[in-house]
Design a protein around this ligand. Structure first.
Ligand SMILES: [Cu+2]
Length: 303
């Protein structure tokens, strides 16, 4: 459960820069990952199972779309992103750069992030990934669910061999309830949307030129851009400034890990009725501002 707190607090610290410690209340959580619908499409399954000291994961698979089950161990949190590691890095450099993406959601140049998910304390999270032929890696981390526990990296090589694309159930034409396109700097497909309650499949596609992710909050009202700006301004203020009340009343409910341009995933959430906001905290290298300040903050309703 710590990882996403580190993410949000890390972003807050990043925004605060050198102006000193920021008193940020830890957001409440109600993880709303769901494992009901994606399993009905007949996708071949891959299990990535967390052990006390690492993971069990396949080293070689045939290209295609897979339902990947990230199975966490009780007391631990598990992070997965399918990655392509740039050539020429030492193992230590690769580990450090994966940790940057996993812990702080800061993408590193040269990497391809294929997307992923997060599970904790014995839960399983599902994500459907398109595995393209080539040399990839399971970018995995583990972290005990206690304060200040160290996050450890497990970068496990994955060879994807050429397969018969026609045999892949990709062609089955999965229709997601939410079809979200991420680009600079919007979440397209959620504006003005009312999604049904219950387990719903979401597709995320990065059609932009920067990496994106999504952190999903249930909010006390339908947010506007100025609400998000007020939150960031509070954290960036040189004098201690309490964040707007909506931030303290928001509940973290879900997440989709970093995706590079051109990447796409399917995942599934079961959201209670309410108002929600999809936020991208990744920093724009040109301005240094998190994408949510530039428009990647999209409110929607579940009813
Ligand atoms: Cu973004």
């Amino acid at each position: 459960m710590r990882r996403w707190l580190v993410l949000v607090c890390g972003v807050v610290a990043l925004l605060a820069g050198s102006v000193g410690p920021v008193v940020a209340q830890e957001p409440q959580t109600d993880p709303s990952f769901s494992n009901e619908v994606l399993g009905t499409y007949g996708l071949p399954e891959i299990a990535i199972t967390q052990r006390e000291d690492g993971y069990d994961a396949p080293r070689e698979v045939v290209a295609g779309r897979y339902l990947v089950a990230l199975v966490s161990r009780p007391g631990l949190s598990a992070y997965l992103n399918l990655v392509r590691v740039p050539a020429g890095l030492s193992d230590a450099e690769a580990d450090e750069q994966l940790l940057s993406a996993a812990r702080n959601d800061v993408p590193v140049d040269g990497w391809t992030y294929g997307g992923g998910t997060y599970a904790f304390d014995g839960n399983t999270a599902w994500v459907a990934l398109d595995l393209q032929p080539g040399e990839w890696a399971w970018g995995l981390t583990s972290q005990p669910d206690i304060d200040d526990a160290e996050e450890t990296v497990h970068l496990m090589p994955l060879t994807v061999t050429a397969g018969d694309a026609a045999a892949s159930p990709v062609a089955a034409g999965i229709e997601p309830s939410a079809d979200v396109t991420m680009t600079e700097f919007v979440f397209e497909g959620l504006d003005g949307t009312t999604l049904p309650t219950g387990p719903q499949v979401w597709r995320f596609t990065n059609s932009g030129s920067q990496a994106h992710h999504m952190v999903l909050f249930r909010t006390p009202m339908l947010l506007a851009q100025e609400d998000v700006t007020a939150m960031v301004d509070a954290f960036m203020s040189a004098t201690p400034t309490p964040p707007p009340s909506w931030w303290n009343e928001s509940v973290w409910v879900g997440y989709a890990a970093i995706m590079s341009p051109g990447q796409s995933i399917l995942t599934e959430y079961d959201l209670d009725p309410g108002t929600y906001a999809a936020l991208c905290f990744i920093a724009d290298p040109e301005t240094g501002m998190p994408h949510l300040m530039e428009g990647m903050a999209q409110a929607f309703t579940v009813a």
